[in-house]
Design a protein around this ligand. Structure first.
Ligand SMILES: Cc1ncc(COP(=O)(O)O)c(C=O)c1O
Length: 451
């Protein structure tokens, strides 16, 4: 086991001390981070897709101008800024879904999901929640029950929420060798069985189901950057709607153009009842999430005053940042075209690696997300190599590459760089990644060949 440096008073339960070395970051600009030793890093992780507009201090400067005149008040006082930000999001939701809805704010992704479930329960009075295998909806005590890995849940002991899991939508990994049509047919059969038999757990003897919500990520993040087959997702949504479930879409990772459209669900013909957004809403500067529920789910009859409260949820300072970020997206007129270009660049970069490295099985890109599927569970090892890949021979002054992976999908490397990176940045990414895989080949190709 690697020796880890103990750093004074900090507990190590979060992710910071997972990898060595542990850079301490002091500067951030565009797609680059700099540490205390002066090493520069290309951040292809961008706070897990949060820093979608790149590290940009002008966002905070603009927000400060608004913040100067704002009161610091707890969540039970109304402010103009809260009404303004809710108005901007509400109008955007109306335009996209053609449905009028209401908005409430929360602190982060997990808290937003918990609030969404509260709204579900107060509207349906039904019990079971349904998610995908590989789904990730947070690590708070409640949301870790929704998230797929038992590792996240076991710490809470026997305390359980009635949750059912649908077949993992990564057909490539679940049904290797089968065509998409064949894989989809098997997966849908399984869902049908879950929905119709008492033995499978979702229906009672009369055949009636007791399901409050289907909760989906349009593209699974922590589950290994999985874009579900369009027909599979649409069929599942239809089946659960018929069973009386509300459709909750977790856009915490996919929202704000990460997939090339404002929301990930816009890649499918589905109509959500509740949408949860977070991450890119403040470009990573301050914690905020937002829950949208179409009428009547969040109207006073079902979500009356006092249903929900936390001191900081409507923090005016944070909302001022969201206000600026929303404006930035609105003013970025060529965003869809630019992100399509990024998608093509990521595609090219990934396909070159697929062709040249025995460690890589396949890969694809969707908007500003890239997936590299490895032949072995060595994503963490490759992340370590990438982090110092340019230390001896910097590439255009860049000493390291920050990539993403998750414990749940240890054979997947994810790329979620800022969405507004330019051609020169893309070239640097290409070189850093290709160099990383060259080094990884020398270290791990034997493992790959012998397995
Ligand atoms: C799809 C999805 N849902 C929920 C969450 C949890 O958000 P947070 O980490 O802000 O609690 C994440 C975080 O990665 C996520 O990707």
């Amino acid at each position: 086991m690697r020796k880890k440096k103990q750093e004074g008073f900090l507990a190590h339960g979060d992710f910071v001390y997972r990898h060595d070395p542990i850079p301490v970051f002091v500067k951030a600009k565009g797609v680059y981070l700099e540490d205390t030793d002066g090493y520069r890093y290309f951040d292809a992780e961008a706070a897990n897709g949060t820093v979608s507009l790149g590290f940009d201090s002008s966002i905070l400067e603009e927000a400060r101008k608004i913040q100067k005149n704002l009161p610091s008040i707890p969540s039970f006082c109304e402010t103009e800024i809260r009404k303004k930000v809710a108005g901007k999001i509400g109008k955007m939701m109306l335009q996209i879904t053609k449905k009028k809805g209401r908005i409430a704010f929360e602190l982060g992704g997990a808290q937003g999901m918990e609030l969404a479930i509260k709204i579900v329960r107060s509207n349906t009075k039904k019990t079971q929640l349904v998610v995908f295998e590989g789904g990730y909806h947070g690590r708070s005590a409640y949301t870790s029950q929704l998230s797929a890995s038992h590792r996240y849940r076991k710490i809470m002991g026997d305390w359980r929420i009635p949750i059912a899991r649908l077949p993992y939508p990564d057909f490539e990994q679940t049904y290797p060798g089968l065509s998409t049509d064949e894989a989809r047919a098997i997966a849908i059969k399984q869902v049908e069985r879950l929905l119709s038999t008492e033995t499978a757990g979702l229906a009672i003897r009369s055949g009636e189901q007791d399901i409050s919500a289907l909760i989906i990520e349009p593209i699974l993040n922590a589950g290994g950057i999985v874009m579900p087959d369009k027909k599979y997702l649409e069929t599942v949504v239809k089946m659960f709607r018929k069973a009386g479930a509300l459709i909750v879409v977790d856009e915490i990772f996919c929202g704000f153009y990460r997939t090339g459209k404002m929301f990930g669900f816009q890649h499918y013909t589905i109509s959500p009842d509740i949408v949860v957004m977070s991450k890119a809403i403040t470009n990573g500067i301050a914690p905020l999430s937002c829950v949208w529920g179409r009428d009547p789910y969040m109207l006073s009859a079902k979500f009356p005053p006092g249903t929900h409260s936390a001191t900081y949820i409507n923090n005016p300072g944070t909302l001022a940042i969201a206000d600026v970020v929303l404006d930035r997206y609105q003013k970025w007129e060529t965003k869809e075209k630019d992100i399509k270009k990024l998608e093509r660049s990521l595609h090219d970069i990934i396909q070159k690696i697929v062709q040249s490295s025995a460690l890589v099985k396949s890969g694809y890109s969707i908007g500003g997300i890239g997936r590299i599927l490895l032949t072995e569970n060595i994503a963490g090892n490759i992340l370590d190599i990438a982090l110092t890949i340019g230390r001896k021979n910097p590439i255009k002054g860049v000493h390291g590459l920050i990539l993403a992976s998750t414990g749940m999908a240890p054979n997947v490397i994810a790329l979620n760089p800022p969405l507004n990176i330019n051609t020169a940045d893309v070239e640097i990414l290409r070189k850093l990644l290709s160099q990383t895989f060259k080094v990884a080949e020398t270290k791990y190709s034997v493992v790959s060949e012998s397995s």
